[in-house]
Structure formats: structure tokens, C-alpha cells
Write a protein that binds this ligand. Sequence first.
Ligand code: LIP
Length: 262
Amino acid sequence: MTLETDLLTLAREIALEAGELALRRRTEGVAIAASKSSIADIVTEADREVEDLIRRRLTAERPEDGFLGEESGEADGTSGVTWVVDPIDGTVNYAYGMPTYAVSIAAVEGGDALESWTALAGVVHAPALRETFTASRGGGAHLGSQRLAVTNSTPAGALLASGFGYDPSTHEGDLLNVAKVMPMARDLRRGGAASLDLAFVAAGRLDGYFERGLKPWDYAAGALAVAEAGGEVVRSLLDTSRPMIVAGSSVVAREIHARLAR
Ligand code: LIP
């Protein structure tokens, strides 16, 4: 067993357990615990409870690792491995009872962002969809036992996805970006969970994805899946205040980026 396969096995086991908790809490009724950066940026009691479960299980199994979670913050480790966790990505979808939300768990070494870390293992588990996307460095990306590959479509007629931040003042800029990219697209999807958007790119269900202002926990696991499925993920600093994640096959990702840069 390699480090990557050990980390992936642990991440998958915990993601499945966390997903069942999220699903159970959803059926019991979701309580909004608080709003964070804006009225739209909600956190539910389940977000906090699920991240607490994940953090406790990881600490018990690998106490020397670091942790970076959306709800409970950061803790340094001594092993060189850091867990990057979004307990319920797609929180608004979750609160409204939509099935498109996921537990996202990634293990990385090195820095705290896409261009500075080396991703070792990642899981995007969508309990309401009963789908578990996994990836490990050099081990490929999988949906269950199915090996994944990004599409090799040309940029023209690409099916794309994007998203908008919680801060209404950023929406005009986001919409301008959509307008720049739409001429290459067949259509646009707005799924509401970055980890699933990226997993869908890895699975060939989308040709490309772009979104500004994502946090490391939104994209850490999904970006590894895209890379291991033969795709490309870049974090572009076109807007230094809100870096842009762009993902797809190399030709699609580069076309999206070129249009955004115009
Ligand atoms: C969400 C992202 C989504 C983005 C939302 C939000 P959360 O993360 O996954 O892509 O459009 O604004 O940031 O808050 O549900 O973990």
C-alpha cells in the first residue's frame, strides 16, 4: 500500500460515514445555525456536526496531520499531510432539500492552495445521489469502480458550469465573465456545489467549469479528480481579489481562460 492509497481508503471510509450523517440530518429537518459572510452564506447545524465527525475521525486515525476545514478552521500538523475538508459542499442546495451536495475530503502536502500543494488523495461523496468520486495521485479518478476521463470535445459547443459567490456585489463581475465565455458554450449549468461540478468534469458529464472566489475546501478533492481524469485545473489570478478556478480538458480549460482574460 502507498501513502496515497492509505489516505484514500481513510478518506473514503470517513466520507461515507459523514454522508450518512448528513443524509440523516436532512431527513430530520435542517436548522440554519448562522449566516457567515452574507445573508446567503448560511451554515447549518449539520455542516458543523458533520465536520466535527470528520475531524474527530481523522485526528483519531492520524493525529499528526494538519487540518483545514470550512467550519472549524485550521490546525497545523507535523506529518506534512493536511486534510482539506468541506463537510457539506452545496450547503444552500442541502438546506433547500436538493440532492446536489457533497462531502469533500482531500489530503494534500505542501502549501494551502492549488498551485502550492500536492494533492495526494480526494473523495467527493454525494450521499443523496449515492455517488462517490475518488482520486489518488497516480491512481486515476473513479466513480465507484468506473475509471473516469474528461471529455475530449472541442471548445466549440462545450457544456460548461459556473457559479456565483454569496456576496451580491460580486454578481455583476461573475455575469460579465459568463458573457465572455458563453459564445464557446453549448449551454451553461449552475450546480451550486463546486466539488460536484469538478467531479462531473472528471466524469465527462461537463466539458468545463469556471468559478471565482472558491475556497480550498470547495475544490481540493474535485481538482485532483479532474487532473487524474486527464484534465487540467488552474487557479487564475486574473482578479487577484477573487482567484478563478478553471477546469476541463487542456484545450477547453485554455479556451475558457483565454476568453476570461480578454
Ligand atoms: C459553494 C460552492 C459553489 C459556490 C457557492 C458556495 P458551500 O460552497 O461549492 O460552487 O457557487 O457560492 O461557495 O458554501 O456550499 O460550501
